[in-house]
Design a binder for this molecule. Structure first.
Ligand SMILES: Nc1ncnc2c1ncn2[C@@H]1O[C@H](COP(=O)(O)OP(=O)(O)OP(=O)(O)O)[C@@H](O)[C@H]1O
Ligand SMILES: [Mg+2]
Length: 464
């Protein structure tokens, strides 16, 4: 299923907001932490510098050194480690120096040998917490490393409050962002939906559809173009209809004359070439039918011509039509039967209904080789229902959506032999439309076809 424009815009924009916010959150925290680590680093370097003179005085007496380290680390609230040139720990403010590993390979120690200081952020095995280490390499008189460190946990506890306020802001921002997105996408998709509805109406042939005004430049331009376009289509449709009507009308007189003279010739003529005359007559008949159907169609399409609604018996229209086609059915040895369920009075245009039934029953007879054609009529409170069934060749499902189009035939070679043009069902569609009825055709190849029609018993007219 296609999702609506609104849904798509909404989900895309919402996702975008969430992604932007998460990225923003991540990078803000990272920058913040980096900044904090930098400050701490500078702090530790300053402390190292400040204790350096005392270390120089005490490094030869390990007991004195340890005592000093213990005291000063408590005052500064940091951890201090004094390490000799070979990596042996001389004193440490947290642990007994004797028990500690050699520190020569610790990254901050390694780095401090090649630059002014070394630093690293890692998990301390001794203390089991994440720590920031800064170490400085000294040359005289004390030869070795002074290392200072702090827990990063103290940064994190500060960041915790910061995170909390960021998340609260994020929720607020997300909620208002989503609400904004909701209104924005609705304001875009709603007018487009209206235009789509209008386009739908135009596609159905209703050119005078009301296209709403919009308050944005692009949409009102689109709507204006739409209006111009629908008027152009309307006038093109009118030109096309008039052209067809005029040409058909002009063709009718010469065709009738030709037909008349063929009949005259036929009466007098009796030679070996008579078969050519028969062919000419058959083709002329076909031309006359096409012109007749085109005239009927253009009259049905002309919205200026009001249908002539009258009350009459539906049964009588059906029996008149059956009478017209009875000969044709009998020639093919088909039984043509009518199933009635009482008298049905209907308000409709009688000529149009005759057209409707002639075309449907003609098809049923034309496309059936053996079996029967039945016409059943019944009614309910509001509608007359007519079912026309045949046991003929039927057609595949894929054609059913197109057979009401002008000139559409399923099998053009067969239709030509039968004399079909593909106009019959367009006439049916128009009569149904004019009477606000409903038609549906079901069919199965080799089994037969069923046309189901519903017509309102009474025509409700608009009061204009
Ligand atoms: N009862 C039916 N059984 C099988 N095919 C049908 C039936 N009714 C219509 N069709 C198919 O639908 C096509 C369109 O029907 P439509 O009545 O519009 O045209 P037509 O009968 O070919 O020509 P026309 O009615 O203009 O003389 C036909 O050509 C035929 O292929
Ligand atoms: Mg037909």
């Amino acid at each position: 299923m296609k999702s609506s424009l609104f849904k798509r815009l909404f989900t895309t924009l919402s996702l975008l907001i969430i992604i932007i916010f998460s990225l923003n959150y991540y990078f803000t925290l990272r920058t913040f932490r980096q900044h904090h680590v930098l400050l701490e680093k500078e702090n530790l370097l300053k402390h190292i510098k400040s204790i350096e003179p005392e270390i120089n005085k005490k490094y030869l007496n390990l007991l004195e050194l340890q005592k000093y380290i213990n005291g000063i680390s408590q005052i500064l609230d940091i951890r201090l480690t004094i390490i000799d040139e070979n990596g042996r720990v001389l004193a440490d403010s947290q642990k007994k120096a004797m028990e500690m590993d050699n520190h020569i390979h610790r990254p901050e120690i390694v780095d401090s040998k090649t630059s002014t200081y070394g630093f690293s952020v890692r998990f301390s095995d001794t203390i089991k917490k994440e720590m920031l280490y800064v170490a400085v390499h000294k040359n005289s008189p004390f030869k070795g490393f002074i290392r200072a460190s702090v827990f990063l946990a103290s940064i994190d506890s500060f960041l915790y409050d910061f995170k909390k306020s960021i998340i609260i802001a994020a929720i607020f921002f997300l909620a208002s962002g989503l609400a904004g997105t909701f209104f924005l996408t609705q304001s875009i998709s709603r007018p487009i939906g209206k235009l789509a509805q209008a386009a739908n109406q135009i596609a159905k042939g209703n050119f005078d559809v009301n296209i709403p005004e919009f308050d944005t430049d692009e949409l009102s331009e689109l709507a204006a173009n739409f209006r111009v376009m629908s008027q152009e289509i309307k006038s093109l449709e009118t030109i096309k209809r008039d052209l067809i009507a005029n040409v058909s009308h002009e063709l009718r007189t010469p065709l009738t004359a030709i037909k008349g003279f063929i009949e005259t010739l036929n009466d007098e003529f009796d030679g070996p070439n008579k078969k050519y005359l028969d062919i000419i007559e058959r083709h002329t008949d076909r031309l006359i039918f096409i012109v007749q159907d085109l005239l009927i169609l253009s009259r049905l399409e002309d919205s200026g011509i009001e249908p002539d609604y009258q009350m009459f018996s539906l049964n009588s229209v059906i029996s008149d039509t059956v009478l017209l086609l009875d000969k044709k059915a009998r020639q093919k040895e088909l039984s043509l039967k009518v199933i009635e369920n009482g008298e049905i009075g209907i308000e409709a245009d009688r000529n149009q209904l005759v057209q409707l039934f002639v075309n449907l029953i003609d098809n049923a007879v034309k496309y059936t080789e053996k079996g029967e054609v039945s016409i059943e009529i019944k009614k309910d409170e509001k509608f007359a229902m007519i079912d026309i069934r045949d046991t003929g060749i039927g057609m595949e499902k894929k054609h059913l959506s197109r057979i009401f189009e002008r000139f559409y035939v399923v099998d053009s070679s067969r239709s030509r032999i039968q004399g079909g043009t593909g106009l019959g069902l367009s006439i049916v569609k128009h009569v149904i439309h004019n009477h606000k009825g409903f038609v549906e055709i079901n069919s199965a190849p080799g089994k037969g076809t069923q046309a189901h029609i519903r017509l309102p018993l009474i025509q409700t007219r608009s009061l204009i």
